[in-house]
Design a binder for this molecule. Structure first.
Ligand code: IMP
Length: 434
């Protein structure tokens, strides 16, 4: 297959946006197939920073078609803000953006429900969602009765549908938290206006993509979140509400999995997590703080400080296997220049037993003791290095060790946010050669 897919191997924020941006011009089509405004993809181009939530990173290249498919849950107001922001900064948006009419839409009650459920703790800890209504929107999608898809917003019964759902949601929300100020007329007017502005982009993306893959066009599938947030295979229940591993690509995009092409697993050289849930290698101390400062580890979408820690090779090997990763991209290696010695988790101890796999229950994962290997740090600035062989020997050793532990080649090393701060090994990642 000529295309590729970019998947996060950790809990999101692996700098996938940067890699998508680099690989987008080597593809004809870039596809976003899951999640919604919970994602924040940062792309630094020509010294300018772009923060994208729903729109694929290929939008910065005029010749690339950007497709948002049925697996995404879209907040139309946020989508329009993104379009407006890009347009105001000189990015042309027209036929290069396609939005599936099968995509589900986030409505005000989803955001209200997200707030309510997020406040309820699971085993003493709250989920810490992004409060973008993502989980409630997916819940309604699966429940069907209260769902609204983009295509529904153009039907004659849209006002009636809004009125019916608003009434039911009012009652449910009032029962849950006593407040439910939902005005169906105002919601309908707001969403009708969104629908009109979005009309030029609405399309049947499923048939478009099926034609594209059958014609061997180069398609890049741009993951969001990370495999450990996968609703079925991640650190449940501290996950997002979609299949954020590569297992979600086919279903979300509407393309058989065999058309996906090279699967690139993206990992940071250390670990981060936002929101609640177990994080065995978390360093809630000065090491974590040094990483947070050096890596500017604050959420793109919510601004929350990210929890920081060491690289967990047990979990990353699991997600490499789960997503069928062919090649790994190791991002933000430069951040580790900030620490003296580096630890890497190679196994866990649980109830006195050494294990090299992750327990399925969050409470067990919370109890594991990481078993670390210590590697020397390099403590020099590597952000100006452009060839792997010029990296300090300790950094090369670290990269090799990660590769051994994940049983995959490292095809990309990133040492800074800019496009030029990237080293590709095109032998293991030919797709990067163009
Ligand atoms: P939700 O997706 O907003 O429901 O949030 C569920 C969990 O996934 C929370 O812990 C969020 O912090 C996390 N999450 C969702 N999207 C992202 C992302 O793009 N990067 C990192 N974490 C995310």
């Amino acid at each position: 297959m000529p295309g590729a897919c970019i998947i996060g191997l950790q809990w999101g924020d692996e700098a996938k946006g940067k890699l998508c941006d680099l690989l987008a011009p080597r593809h004809e089509i870039v596809v976003r197939y899951l999640g919604g405004a919970n994602a924040g993809h940062t792309v630094v181009a020509g010294g300018e920073t772009f923060k994208l939530h729903h729109i694929p990173s290929g939008i910065l290249y005029p010749e690339v078609i950007n497709v948002v498919t049925p697996g995404v849950v879209m907040h139309p107001g946020t989508m329009l803000e993104e379009i407006d922001e890009l347009t105001s900064r000189g990015v042309a948006i027209g036929e290069n953006l396609m939005l599936s009419d099968r995509m589900h839409v986030v409505l005000p009650w989803h955001i209200a429900e997200d707030r309510y459920f997020n406040e309820s703790s699971i085993g003493g800890e709250s989920l810490g969602t992004t409060l973008r209504g993502i989980g409630p929107c997916y819940r309604d999608k699966v429940g069907r009765t209260f769902a609204i898809r983009l295509g529904d917003m153009y039907r004659d019964d849209f006002a009636e549908r809004i009125a019916r759902i608003t009434e039911a949601k009012q009652r449910m929300l009032a029962g849950m938290n006593g407040s439910a100020a939902l005005d169906p007329t105002a919601i309908h007017a707001e969403y009708r206006a969104y629908a009109e502005r979005l009309r030029p982009y609405v399309a049947d993306t499923t048939n478009y993509l099926l034609d594209a893959v059958q014609a061997d066009r180069r398609v890049l599938f741009e993951g969001a979140q990370g495999s450990l947030l996968d609703v079925d295979h991640g650190t449940y229940p501290f996950v997002t509400s979609s299949n954020a591993s590569a297992l979600g690509v086919g279903a979300g995009a509407g393309v058989p999995a065999r058309w996906i092409g090279t699967i690139i697993g993206v990992a940071k050289a250390y670990g981060t997590r936002v929101g609640g849930g177990p994080f065995p290698t978390e360093q809630d101390n000065e090491v974590g703080q040094a990483i947070r400062v050096a890596g500017n580890e604050f959420g793109t979408t919510t601004g929350r400080p990210r929890r920081c820690g060491w690289f967990d090779a047990v979990l990353a090997r699991y997600t490499c296997r789960l997503s069928g990763v062919d090649v790994v991209a190791l991002m933000m290696l430069d951040v580790l220049s900030a620490v003296e010695e580096i630890q890497i988790c190679v196994a866990y101890e649980l109830d006195g037993r050494r294990i090299d796999w992750a327990p399925s229950h969050a409470e067990d994962l919370r109890r594991v003791q990481p078993i670390y290997e210590t590697l020397p740090g390099w403590q020099v600035d590597i952000t100006g290095i452009r060839r792997r062989e010029d990296l300090p020997p300790a950094a090369q050793r670290y990269v090799e060790r990660v590769s051994d532990l994940l049983e995959r080649p490292i095809g990309v090393i990133s040492v800074g946010p800019d496009r030029v701060q990237t080293m590709f090994d095109t032998e293991v990642l030919p797709v990067a050669a163009g």
